[in-house]
Design a protein around this ligand. Structure first.
Ligand code: CAA
Length: 380
């Protein structure tokens, strides 16, 4: 057993840290306020090779391993959870699904531009107004019209909606078959009848765009069917298994950021004649948070390692997401409390970290869904 990162992973993490401190961290507070994601960041991530982390160079990737990608999500999340959200959905979810289930032609056409060869962004469209946690209750339909499929329906809460070029859309091709009647399609933003609807104003990860997709008689060419007919639910679930490791890494990064802010603040803040970090009440909280962060790191890296090495990882991904994202909120809450009134104003980063942390235990499957996934695998 080896708990050390490799020399290459450490060096790449150092490069990512420098990139994050220069290009991402300085913008975090401002883009949270304006709710506008700076697309130049995507171009910079591409040029530095971060956009294509964990993918082969043949498809526009950086040739790095999956753990390095997870380190990138963690580092970016420490500075700006919105940027991590855009990145994780594009690189960790959409590109991964396309590479795993796409035909050679689909992979060549779509993947490189989502990675280091272009500035395109991907989105994953599963959720609907009536299909949230119950993802199988898809109402969007896709009807076979010979040369093309005709897609109709509405997707909601879709990350990257406003900025994405390539969408993986789940739709019902045969209602009578239930889950096995769901298929996956690659939809391009310029296809006729495809529109972006309402963009949500959110509590956290405000610079990442979350919106509605409206599909009105969208003609999707036959060659844009992803995987086999009826395989859409499996494709979505397989993709989310990996996506959940990304969100776990986001939770880990946010928890680390919150603890960092708490340490910085409590060492400086003097009350009753001494820094408040000298109080045992604060010390015990800091010790507990630091210990739980180490536990979360173990779960996140283990799940990433299992995926990287080709072992089953669905249960471990769900465990990592459950623990790390609940922890993000716990540490953010405690860190904000340690700041007192200063934690509640926008002058200190903990206010944003606290708001950003909340979403991690909701998207890509709520904590309750993670418990279902874990329990089913334990009890089966
Ligand atoms: N991998 C492969 N196949 C899987 C799978 C997995 N992880 N999980 C389920 N399946 C297969 C099952 O094997 C089954 O097929 P068979 O009958 O052939 O065995 C089929 O899918 C149906 O499985 P279930 O009976 O388990 O399905 P269910 O309806 O009970 O749902 C669920 C299971 C885990 C609750 C699922 O609905 C779920 O994950 N819900 C949460 C949805 C979610 O995470 N949404 C996030 C939206 S995306 C997002 O947030 C991204 C973003 O933009 C940030």
């Amino acid at each position: 057993m080896n708990f050390e990162l490799t020399r290459e992973q450490k060096l790449t993490r150092q490069m990512i840290r420098e990139f994050v401190n220069k290009e991402i961290k300085p913008l975090a507070a401002e883009i949270d306020k304006t709710e506008k994601f700076p697309l130049e960041t995507i171009d910079k991530m591409r040029k530095s090779g971060i956009k294509g982390m964990s993918y082969p160079t043949e498809y526009g990737g950086s040739g790095s391993d999956y753990i390095t990608y997870v380190l990138a999500v963690e580092e970016i999340s420490k500075a700006c959870a919105s940027t991590a959200c855009v990145y994780a959905v594009n690189t960790g979810l959409v590109a991964s699904i396309l590479l795993k289930f796409g035909t050679e032609q689909q992979k060549k056409k779509y993947v490189p531009e989502l990675l280091n060869k272009g500035n395109k962004i991907g989105a994953f469209a599963l959720t609907e107004p009536n299909a949230g946690s119950d993802a199988s209750a898809q109402q969007t339909t896709a009807v076979d019209k010979g040369d093309y499929y005709l897609l109709n329906g509405t997707k909601t809460f879709i990350t990257n909606a406003e900025y994405a070029d390539t969408f993986i859309v789940m739709a019902m091709t045969d209602k009578s078959k239930g889950v096995k009647g769901i298929s996956a399609f690659i939809v391009e933003k310029d296809m006729e009848g495809f529109e972006i609807g309402k963009i949500e104003e959110k509590c956290g990860v405000r610079a990442s765009s979350t919106g509605e997709l409206i599909l009105s008689n969208v003609k999707v060419p036959k060659e844009n069917l992803l995987g086999n007919l009826g395989e859409g639910f499996k494709i979505a679930m397989t993709g989310l298994d990996g996506g959940r490791i990304s969100i776990a890494a986001q939770g880990l990064g946010l928890a680390e950021a919150a603890l960092h802010e708490a340490i910085e603040y409590t060492k400086k803040r003097k009350q009753f004649g001494k820094p408040i970090s000298m109080n045992q009440g604060i010390q015990w909280e800091i010790a507990e948070c630091a210990t739980k962060i180490e536990a979360a790191r173990g779960l996140v890296y283990k799940a990433a390692w299992l995926k990287q090495e080709g072992f089953p990882f669905s249960k471990e991904a769900a465990m990592a997401k459950l623990y790390a994202t609940e922890l993000a909120m716990e540490v953010a809450n405690k860190a904000l409390q340690m700041h007192g009134g200063y934690g509640y104003i926008k002058e200190y980063p903990i206010e944003r970290i606290f708001r950003d942390a909340k979403i991690t235990s909701i998207y890509e499957g709520t904590s309750e869904i993670q418990k279902i996934v874990i329990a089913r695998q334990i009890l089966k």
